[in-house]
Design a binder for this molecule. Structure first.
Ligand code: SF4
Ligand code: SF4
Length: 104
């Protein structure tokens, strides 16, 4: 795991859900539906939001589980608060964490 926390706060900051790379992915849509259900049920969300359920914060969880993403589209990480806050441009990889794995 990288030094970026897998927290609800960071999940909410992440721009992956709005990224063209995965916006058409049925697998991602299905995971987002489950996330919404968990949030609406007001259960202990952070406990139930494990990395397999969340189609985002790949900078800390590593490569996407969903394989129907299109990594030819443009990554939005460089517009993300977390990317700026942690200086992820200096990490390897610096973007496209869903394709290339976590920022280390
Ligand atoms: S890591 Fe970058 S390319 Fe991948 S879904 Fe998130 S914003 Fe898009
Ligand atoms: S840097 Fe990219 S993967 Fe990490 S939280 Fe931001 S948008 Fe998501």
């Amino acid at each position: 795991m990288s030094k970026i926390d897998f927290s609800m706060e960071n999940i909410n900051q992440c721009l992956c859900s709005k990224c063209a790379v995965q916006i058409e992915s049925q697998c991602v849509k299905d995971k987002q539906k489950i996330m919404l259900l968990i949030t609406q049920q007001d259960l202990d969300s952070p406990m139930r939001m494990d990395a397999e359920r969340v189609p985002g914060v790949y900078c800390t969880t590593g490569e996407a589980i969903c394989k129907d993403i299109d990594t030819k589209k443009v990554c939005k990480c460089n517009e993300c608060y977390i990317w700026k806050e942690y200086g992820l441009k200096d990490f390897s990889p610096g973007r496209y964490f869903c394709r290339d794995g976590e920022a280390i």
